[in-house]
Design a protein around this ligand. Structure first.
Ligand SMILES: [Fe+2]
Length: 330
């Protein structure tokens, strides 16, 4: 594993060395440093990606069809989509756990990812034809910044590499029209290979993303795609969308999810940061992949902000749709 160092949250010294992109030339030595933070990050989102939610929506891109199901979670996404529209973002930057890279943090720099994404465990639910645009300039800037910040980083430029179902599901639920450019980040498994709660690198990667977004003046939404508690049923007992089978896996998981969501609703983000590793240990939370920590680090762990739009279970796992509206707070 690479050695990394940590950049203090709020550090702005990077602004003196960004600007290598064509639209943002590096200032001359005697020129005052331009404040190029621009609109910055306007919102953070916790956007879980169970394939059942996309299956239940019956979009034309997905082959399987359903009778619905998991409506309350899907209604929350519907409300969220309306709010995203109002925010008019330039880009959605997404960290999701199923583009797994064992060496380093990869950033998808392919301009127009296009292909067929299949959920390997639930291929009868998700076989989705995708076609979207990458904000390549921002993708490259995040990779460069993360490398500068000491992380092993790679720009993924391989046309035709299949985009994982978590990235596709979360992005579809956030913007089914696919008319907002995207930056997709991999989930490096190395940080938690020996420990389920080693999230330091994800926090550095979040800070790197923020620096790159502000450096290019993007109006960005950052989305971490994690479920919460993650023990789940091993067998499908009937029709997947039969909601009579749907409930929390156990009381212990449910209570720990509620403790975490109480902190989000109260805007007590410092306490939330401390609690995430314990929540992982108690519930096998999918947040061990780092997407939630990445997203909140990109926001700078803001206090007194945070909404839980809904919570619901999918095959027993806990899933919350949450929003941190940062407008006026940058
Ligand atoms: Fe997942």
């Amino acid at each position: 594993m690479s050695s990394v160092f940590k950049v203090p949250v709020g550090d702005r010294t990077w602004q003196r060395r960004t600007g290598g992109s064509p639209g943002h030339p590096t200032p001359a030595a005697d020129e005052p440093v331009r404040d190029c933070r621009g609109p910055g990050i306007i919102a953070g989102i916790l956007a879980p990606h169970p394939p059942q939610l996309l299956y239940a929506e019956n979009p034309s891109q997905n082959e399987p069809t359903s009778e619905g199901g998991w409506e309350v979670l899907r209604w929350a996404y519907e409300d969220l989509r309306r709010r995203i529209r109002e925010m008019e973002p330039d880009v959605i930057v997404l960290h999701a756990p199923h583009w797994i890279t064992m060496v380093g943090h990869h950033v998808n720099c392919v301009p127009n990812p296009k292909g067929f994404s299949v959920e390997p465990i639930f291929p009868h639910l998700l076989r989705y034809r995708y076609d979207f645009r990458t904000d390549v300039e921002l993708a490259e800037a995040i990779a460069d910044q993360a490398s500068d910040d000491g992380l092993v980083t790679r720009k993924m430029r391989n046309e035709g590499v299949r985009v994982d179902y978590a990235t596709i599901t979360a992005l579809h639920l956030l913007n089914p029209d696919w008319d907002i450019p995207v930056v997709s980040l991999s989930a490096n498994n190395n940080p938690y290979f020996y420990s389920t709660s080693s999230l330091d690198q994800m926090e550095i990667l979040g800070e790197s993303a923020r620096k790159a977004i502000e450096g290019l003046g993007r109006r960005a939404i950052v989305a971490g795609s994690n479920s919460l508690s993650h023990l789940h049923w091993e067998r499908e007992l009937g029709l997947p969308e039969d909601m009579t089978y749907e409930h929390a896996y156990n009381h212990h998981q449910y209570r720990w999810d509620m403790r975490l969501l109480d902190l989000i609703r109260a805007g007590r983000t410092r306490e939330l940061r401390e609690m995430i590793p314990e929540h992982i240990q108690q519930t096998e939370s999918e947040t061990k992949a780092g997407s939630l920590s990445w997203m909140l680090s990109a926001l700078g762990w803001p206090e007194d902000v945070g909404e839980v739009l809904t919570y619901g279970t999918v095959i027993g796992t806990g899933n919350a749709v949450c929003l941190w509206d940062m407008r006026g707070r940058q």
